[in-house]
Write a protein that binds this ligand. Structure first.
Ligand code: SS9
Ligand code: ZN
Length: 343
């Protein structure tokens, strides 16, 4: 299994997020990628830098004006004499207009963002684009015959929708990988999101499509972020009806219940009989995660990898969340080595 990683991830740094009523240093910090890189190198996996892809690749899943906002926002911020990280101070919530995008930077920021956890800094665009290219490269490797590949993406992507950013995410790396596989001739692709948080962005992107099955196991939005999507009654719309499966679980879920949900998701994927699998690999399901509340232990991650290997599908792993920094490398490498039959 090859690993795709870009040092450009480190340009997304220096922001703060609103957490429990205070501005705190971001949990989604550069050292996460450094620790994962060390762990996959220790596991003997080959690491490549991403290929470049045309701007149009992004537009296969994202709105053009949204991408242009992400690309230019911080330069505009600086041209207005502002400095430091950008956080929105207002959103087009209920009773406000969403049919018009304000011309000012603060209005546009709030129009495209859905939380105040996801700061834009000067290097954010470079890092997000590199993460997208990591995911596209991993998908290309699988399309060219690799049985599997792992995109060490930072910032993550599964909360980014067609024209939406938040949850530490800007471009939806996993959706880009799935779309690339479709564009390379894989007739049906399944996306399995095992991050603690519901992949609202990925669901949004494939909501009305029957060629990509979206399955997510996550903490119930009744009490957990993103709060407003990820319920079990969300099954897709139009042609996509029946091609979204949400398996929300309560805070405090341990391996027994998690493993049962994993089994149900693998059954659904088997029924869909995809030609390839994209895994949104968040390891914030770990019992030591600072912002999450499942109870998986380190020894469970190789078991997840083994179960995924049982699908016998060409598989692209895309890094999502995981904020217990000291253990993130061990947990990610555990999944990959379990998948490879080494653990
Ligand atoms: N206090 C909880 C706020 C959560 N903030 C965003 C979490 C994003 C997870 C990405 S995997
Ligand atoms: Zn998460």
């Amino acid at each position: 299994m090859k690993v795709v990683h870009s040092p450009l991830h480190a340009r997304h740094d220096g922001g703060k997020e609103l957490h429990r009523g205070e501005l705190v240093p971001c949990f989604e910090m550069p050292v996460r990628a450094d620790y994962i890189l060390k762990a996959v190198e220790r596991a003997g996996l080959e690491v490549l830098e991403p290929r470049s892809f045309a701007h149009e690749s992004l537009l296969r899943v994202h709105d053009a004006a949204f991408v242009e906002f992400l690309r230019t926002a911080h330069a505009e911020w600086r041209s207005l004499g502002k400095q430091g990280f950008m956080l929105p101070s207002g959103f087009p919530a209920r009773g406000l207009r969403r049919d018009h995008i304000p011309s000012g930077i603060n209005g546009r920021m709030g129009y495209y963002a859905f939380d105040a956890s996801t700061p834009i800094v000067e290097g954010t665009w470079d890092a997000a684009l590199a993460a997208a290219h990591c995911a596209l490269t991993a998908a290309a490797l699988v399309a060219e015959g690799e049985k599997s590949a792992y995109a060490l993406c930072r910032p993550p992507g599964h909360h980014a929708g067609h024209a939406l950013y938040g949850g530490y995410c800007f471009l939806n790396n996993a959706a880009l990988a799935a779309q690339h596989l479709r564009d390379r001739g894989f007739a049906r692709v399944a996306v399995l999101d095992v991050d603690y948080h519901h992949g609202n962005g990925t669901q949004d992107i494939f909501w009305e499509r029957s060629d990509v099955l979206f399955v997510s196991i996550h903490a119930t939005p009744e009490t957990e972020y993103p709060y407003f999507l990820g319920y079990a009654d969300e099954r897709g719309a139009g042609a996509g009806e029946g091609y979204t499966l949400n398996l929300p679980l309560p805070r405090g879920t341990g391996w027994k219940e998690y493993s049962a949900a994993l089994g149900a998701s693998l059954d659904a994927i088997g029924t869909f009989s995809p030609e390839a699998l994209v895994v949104s690999l968040g390891v914030d399901t770990y019992e030591g995660d600072p912002i999450s509340a499942f109870k998986l232990a380190q020894e469970h991650y190789p078991l997840i990898g083994q179960r995924l290997a049982g699908l016998k599908l060409p598989t692209v792993f895309v890094q999502e969340g995981g904020y217990a920094v000291d253990e993130i490398g061990t947990n990610v490498a555990g999944v990959l080595e379990g998948f490879l039959g080494r653990r």
